[in-house]
Design a protein around this ligand. Structure first.
Ligand code: ZN
Length: 421
């Protein structure tokens, strides 16, 4: 009953119906225009120089300098001097760092003939000896974006379902981060929950380089479906400072995260069919216990000021944060506290790590959510909705989001059928 579906899809296959054409147009406008590098210059000769078999890779080790590397490989100090004084770009070679990669090519005389150094994901510095003199140039490798769709149904845990759907762990984290204000990914995930994702895969020189952004996603948790679309209000793909919005155009971001800790430390070894941490809850109880491995990072649930960061024999290492509107959040039993009293903290900032200091039988985070002195359930407390996009933007957002949401709907229907099987 591997209820998982994964469809690879090249952008071109979207053409056909009118909705799909809109989708294609929208994406072409918004996501496929990657920054141009005006310094790029291509020639047939450059391409020949880039035959990979002729390049020797060198990874810079700790404590290694370029002159050390040259010495080791038998290249002269004079050559190095000529190269790094060529121009501004070549001078960057003087500041190579451990872990960086260089590629070197020898001539028939076994001396250095060319050197290649990646300055960024898309730009390589090429220094080459032609007609007896060294010259440098920048070579650009444009990135290519393809869209991919995936959906899955959770049987054991989210990471396993993501993997079965062809998603990397990093993509699963991105997916969870989009819905982290609505869903508690530590305690509320159940078998039968499902998700759909439309996301980018980025290729360089025809080879897969990395995953890009999630453009749209849905998550159905215990029968409730959340949907989200990535949208950049200024529409500028170079700055890429967009955000995730609900279909109504409200930001997904809210004042408080549902679960104030990094769920990836927990969920990968958690099977909702066999066992659920909530069953192990200690009562009577004013808060929620998140059983988690020692050292799991704990986040500030919302922006605020640390009003207490201390140790006592009951709470162990504990931190209290004061938020706007009379709300205080409390975090107990840390191994380590990472903030001081009086410090301002941002939502998602690490304030400590899970431990078992104080009165605790095993490593867990005890979390309390207090509104005007009254304990509330942080997982069900109603939080104010974010404001929608301004009217002028809203129309643009809806035009952009409509084809993505339609595609998401189709994926959802597929995953729903699979969930029933
Ligand atoms: Zn507790």
């Amino acid at each position: 009953m591997a209820a998982v579906l994964s469809v690879a899809l090249v952008l071109a296959t979207f053409s056909g119906q009118s909705a799909s054409r809109d989708f294609e147009t929208a994406l072409a406008q918004r996501t496929l225009m990657l920054p141009d590098h005006p310094l790029a210059s291509f020639s047939a000769a450059d391409d020949l120089a880039f035959q990979p078999a002729r390049w020797e890779p060198v990874v810079v080790q700790k404590g290694q300098t370029l002159s050390g590397i040259f010495k080791q490989l038998g290249f002269s100090a004079g050559t190095l001097q000529k190269i790094i004084t060529l121009d501004k770009n070549a001078r960057k070679l003087a500041r190579i760092y451990p872990g960086a990669s260089l590629f070197l090519r020898r001539g028939s005389d076994n001396r250095l003939a060319a050197l290649k150094y990646p300055l960024s994901e898309t730009v390589d510095l090429l220094v080459e000896k032609t007609d007896g003199s060294w010259r440098s140039q920048l070579i650009t490798h444009p990135l290519e974006v393809q869209l991919e769709k995936a959906s899955g149904v959770i049987e054991s845990n989210l990471f396993a379902a993501g993997k079965a759907a062809g998603l990397s762990d990093n993509m699963v984290m991105k997916l969870a981060n989009i819905f982290g204000w609505d869903i508690d990914f530590v305690l509320d995930i159940r078998a039968g929950d499902r998700f759909s994702v439309i996301y980018e895969k980025i290729y360089k020189d025809g080879e897969f380089l990395r995953d890009g952004r999630i453009l749209a996603a849905s998550f159905t948790n215990q029968g409730e479906t959340f949907r989200s679309v990535y949208y950049d209000p200024d529409g500028d793909p170079v700055t890429d400072d967009g955000d995730y919005y609900t279909p109504e155009g409200r930001s997904m971001k809210k004042a408080f995260l549902r679960a104030p800790l990094n769920f990836s430390y927990i969920s990968s070894n958690f099977n909702p069919r066999r066992f659920h941490p909530i069953l192990k809850r200690v009562r009577p109880h004013n808060g929620i216990d998140y059983r988690a491995p020692r050292g799991t990072p704990v986040y500030a649930a919302g922006d605020g000021v640390v009003i207490r960061s201390a140790y006592n024999k009951y709470n162990g290492n504990h931190v209290f944060i004061q938020h706007p509107n009379g709300i205080v959040t409390k975090y107990l039993h840390f191994t380590k506290r990472k903030v001081r009293k009086g410090q301002r903290v941002k939502q998602g900032q690490v304030i400590g790590t899970v431990g078992s200091t104080g009165l605790a039988s095993g490593p867990h985070l005890h979390y309390e959510f207090v509104v005007n002195g009254v304990h509330r359930n942080p997982r069900t407390v109603k939080l104010p909705k974010a404001k929608p996009l301004p009217k002028a933007r809203l129309a643009d957002f809806q035009r952009f989001a409509a084809p993505l949401l339609a595609e998401l709907q189709r994926l959802d229907e597929n995953s729903q059928q699979l969930a029933r099987q």
